[in-house]
Ligand binder design. Structure first.
Ligand SMILES: Cc1cc2nc3c(=O)[nH]c(=O)nc-3n(C[C@H](O)[C@H](O)[C@H](O)COP(=O)(O)OP(=O)(O)OC[C@H]3O[C@@H](n4cnc5c(N)ncnc54)[C@H](O)[C@@H]3O)c2cc1C
Ligand code: SF4
Length: 590
C-alpha cells in the first residue's frame, strides 16, 4: 500500500519501453466485407457474454418482445452474443458482492430467493468488517470506510450469473455463439459493421489442421463491445476512432480468487486494506487489498467462502505476484481461522480496469458502443463493477433499440445516458480517490483519499492525472522472499491452480500471447511473477548468467497453453489476443 516514483532503485526498465509486437488497427480491423452470401447477418452483435453483454441482450429482447415490427426489421437473428468461452460464465470472475438495483430492474419478476434457487446468489450482506493488517500475525478492526459499506448487497458468482442469463436470453430468442472468438472488427465507410469470428483448427504455426473451420463475417446493424477489461477489438476501436483522446491512461489491477468449502459458516463480509502482505516501503509502489465473502449454497446446503487478493498493476517490484500474495495472506491467523479444515474447490484470476472516470474512453463510435469493463466502468475504491456492467448493458440496449427504430446508426446519446445514470454519477464521485494512493502511497496519500471520499469528490476538485500500469520503472525486489512454499492442501502453486479451472487450451494451438521475446531480465521477471498461470519462464542457464544484472537481456519462454486469459499481460507490456474459441478456463463459481 505504498508508493515510490520508481526511481531510487538504480534501474529504469519500464514495461512500456518493450511494447508487444502488435498493430491493432492493421491486424484486428477488416476493411472489406466478404461477399453477401458468405456473411452471417444479425440485427445486433454483442461481443462478450459477460454480465454487460448478457444484460444488453436481455433488455433488447424485452423491448423487441413488445415490438414485432422492429423484431422483423432486425432479421432472422435479431440478437447474437459472441462468447469465446466454452459456455457463458466460463471466463468470468469477480469477488463478488453486487449492488442489486440494476439486476432487480433487469429482471423485476425475480426475488432474491429466486436468484439463490437459480444458483448464482449466495446471501445478503448483513454484517461486515474491515481490518488493517500491520503484519503477518496481527489485525486491527477499523470503522467501516464508506466505500466498504455493503449492507444489503448480495454475494454472487458472476460465472453462475452469466450461465443463468445466457440460458434466459437463449430462451427469449438470442443466438448465443459460444466457443467463438470475435477476432476482427469489420469497419467500412467509417462505421463498425460487425465482427469477424476466428478460425478454428489451426496448428502452432498457423497452418490449417484436418478439422480446420474458417471464421465468418458477422454483419450487424449495431455492435456492442462487451469484451471485459479492454479486449483486443475494444483496443482496436479505441485507436481507430481516437476514443481515448483527452482521457487519462487506463490503469489496471489483478485479482486472484479461490473458493473454499468451509467447516463453519462465515458470518460477515471481510475486507482487509493491508499494508501486509504488501510492502509499505515506498519504492515497491504497492497498493492492494483482499476480500473474504461468505456464500451459502442453497441448492447443496454447503457453506462456501470466496477469498481473493487484488493488487494494482503499477507496482515496481518485479517479484510481485497476486497468486503468491493470496497464498501468503491465507497464512494470517484471521484467515486461517476461517479456512482451516475446509477444502479449496475453485481458483481463478482476472484483471480489472482501475483508472475510473478519467480513464474511461469515449463510449460510442459510428455503429458501435462500449459497455461494462470494456468502457472502464469500475469503481475500484469500492471494488464494484457488476452493477455498472448490468446497467450499462441495459442503457446500451435501450439506445440501440431507439436509434435503429428511427433508422439511425449513431448511438452518441448512449454516452450522455451513461453519464446521467448511476454509473456516471457514482464514478464521478470517486473520480480522484485512487490517484493519491497510487501517487503517494497509503500513509501519505490515504488522508487525501479519505477527504475525497468524505466530500464525494467535491474537495479537492479538478482532475488528478493517472499513469499507465506499464509506466512504472521496475526493479527486482524482495516481495518473493516471503511467499510460502505450497503444501498442496492449504497453499497452492500456480500450475495445480490452473488445473482446477478446467483449462482446455489445445497443446498445438497457435500462440495468442504477444510479448517481445528478448527483454531485460527485470521485465521478464515481472511477467514471470505477475502471471497467475505460470506462462512465462526464463531458462536456468540464463538466470545463472544474468544473476545480479537486471538490465541484461534474456529470452522469454511463453507456455501459452496454461493461460487463463486474465488480461494482466496487456497492462504490463504485452498483449492478450483472442485464442481459439472454446480454449481457456471453464470457471464454475468464480
Ligand atoms: C478480482 C475481481 C474482483 C471483483 N470484485 C467485484 C465485486 O465484489 N463486486 C463488483 O460489483 N464487481 C467486482 N469486480 C468487477 C466486476 O467483476 C466487473 O466489473 C464485471 O464483471 C465486468 O463485466 P463485463 O461483462 O463488462 O466483463 P467480463 O465479465 O469480463 O465479460 C467479458 C466477456 O467477453 C468475452 N470476450 C472478450 N473478448 C471477446 C472476444 N473478442 N470474442 C468473444 N468473447 C470475448 C469474455 O470471455 C467474457 O466472457 C471484480 C473484478 C475482479 C477482476
Ligand atoms: S499469459 Fe494469460 S494468464 Fe498469464 S498474465 Fe497473460 S493473460 Fe494472464
Amino acid at each position: 500500500m505504498a508508493h515510490a516514483n520508481g526511481n531510487g532503485n538504480g534501474h529504469a526498465a519500464v514495461p512500456a519501453a518493450f511494447p508487444p509486437p502488435v498493430d491493432s488497427q492493421r491486424e484486428f480491423i477488416k476493411r472489406e466485407l466478404d461477399p453477401e452470401d458468405e456473411r452471417i447477418e444479425v440485427g445486433v452483435a454483442i461481443v462478450g457474454g459477460g454480465t454487460a453483454g448478457l444484460a444488453c441482450a436481455t433488455r433488447l429482447l424485452q423491448l423487441l418482445a413488445d415490438d414485432p415490427d422492429m423484431l422483423e426489421r432486425l432479421g432472422e437473428v435479431p440478437v447474437a452474443v459472441i462468447e469465446k468461452a466454452k459456455t457463458c460464465g466460463g471466463h468470468n470472475l469477480s469477488g463478488a458482492v453486487m449492488r442489486t438495483t440494476p439486476l432487480e430492474e433487469l429482471l423485476p419478476e425475480l426475488t432474491r430467493e429466486d436468484w439463490r434457487k437459480a444458483g448464482f446468489a449466495f446471501g445478503e450482506v448483513e454484517k461486515e468488517g474491515v481490518y488493517m493488517m500491520p503484519n503477518a500475525k496481527t489485525s486491527v478492526r477499523i470503522p467501516t470506510p464508506p466505500p466498504f459499506k455493503n449492507h444489503g448487497a448480495e454475494v454472487i458468482s458472476v460465472a453462475a450469473l452469466c450461465r443463468y442469463l445466457a440460458a434466459q436470453a437463449e430462451e427469449a430468442g438470442a443466438y448465443i455463439l459460444t466457443e467463438t472468438a470475435a477476432t476482427e472488427l469489420l469497419i467500412t465507410e467509417g462505421r463498425v459493421q460487425g465482427v469477424r469470428s476466428g478460425d478454428k483448427g489451426r496448428g502452432k504455426q498457423g497452418q490449417e489442421l484436418g478439422n480446420f473451420e474458417p471464421g465468418a463475417d458477422i454483419t450487424a446493424q449495431a455492435t456492442v463491445l462487451a469484451e471485459g477489461c479492454w479486449g483486443h477489438l475494444t483496443g482496436g476501436a479505441i485507436k481507430e476512432f481516437d476514443l481515448a483522446d483527452g482521457r487519462e491512461p487506463q490503469n489496471w489491477e489483478l485479482g486472484v480468487k479461490e473458493i473454499w468449502k468451509v467447516a463453519q459458516p462465515l458470518d460477515r463480509v471481510i475486507h482487509t486494506i493491508g499494508p501486509w502482505p504488501l510492502k509499505l516501503n515506498t519504492k515497491y509502489h504497492h497498493t492492494g487489498g483482499s476480500w473474504i465473502y461468505p456464500m451459502k449454497n442453497e441448492k447443496t446446503g454447503e457453506d462456501l467462502v470466496s477469498i481473493g487478493f487484488v493488487v494494482d498493476l503499477d507496482y515496481a517490484d518485479a517479484t510481485t505476484s497476486a497468486h503468491d500474495l493470496l497464498q501468503e495472506f491465507k497464512l494470517h491467523p484471521l484467515v486461517r481461522k476461517i479456512l482451516e479444515g475446509g477444502e479449496r474447490v475453485g481458483w481463478g484470476a482476472k484483471a480489472l480496469p482501475g483508472g475510473g472516470y478519467w480513464s474511461m474512453p469515449k463510449l460510442s463510435m459510428p455503429g458501435a458502443v462500449l459497455v461494462g469493463d470494456a468502457g472502464g466502468m469500475v469503481n475500484t475504491t469500492a471494488l464494484k463493477g457488476v452493477h455498472y456492467a448490468i446497467k450499462a448493458g441495459m442503457i446500451a440496449a435501450e439506445n440501440i433499440y431507439s436509434a435503429l427504430k428511427r433508422g439511425e446508426t449513431s448511438f452518441a446519446k448512449y454516452e450522455d445516458d451513461i453519464e446521467a445514470s448511476l454509473v456516471g454519477k457514482e464514478l464521478w464521485e470517486v473520480r480522484n480517490t485512487r490517484q493519491p494512493l497510487a501517487q503517494k502511497g497509503l500513509i501519505k496519500g490515504g488522508p487525501l483519499t479519505n477527504v475525497l471520499i468524505a466530500t464525494k469528490g467535491k474537495f479537492p476538485a479538478g482532475r488528478i492525472s493517472m499513469k499507465g500500469s506499464d509506466e512504472t520503472p521496475m526493479f527486482i525486489g524482495k516481495s518473493k522472499d516471503t511467499y510460502p512454499k505450497p503444501d498442496g492442501k492449504y497453499t497452492f502453486d500456480k500450475l495445480s491452480s490452473v488445473f482446477v479451472t478446467g483449462n482446455q487450451t489445445r497443446d498445438d494451438a497457435p500462440n495468442h500471447i504477444r510479448v517481445q521475446k528478448n527483454v531485460p531480465r527485470v521485465i521478464a521477471e515481472s511477467w514471470k511473477w505477475m502471471c497467475p498461470a505460470g506462462v512465462y519462464e526464463i531458462s536456468d542457464e540464463q538466470l545463472e548468467a544474468t544473476e545480479g544484472k537486471p538490465e541484461a537481456h534474456v529470452d522469454v519462454i511463453v507456455n501459452y497453453t496454461n493461460c487463463v486469459q486474465c488480461g494482466a499481460i496487456t497492462a504490463k507490456g504485452g498483449r492478450l489476443t483472442t485464442p481459439e474459441g472454446g480454449d481457456g478456463p471453464l470457471y464454475q463459481l468464480t
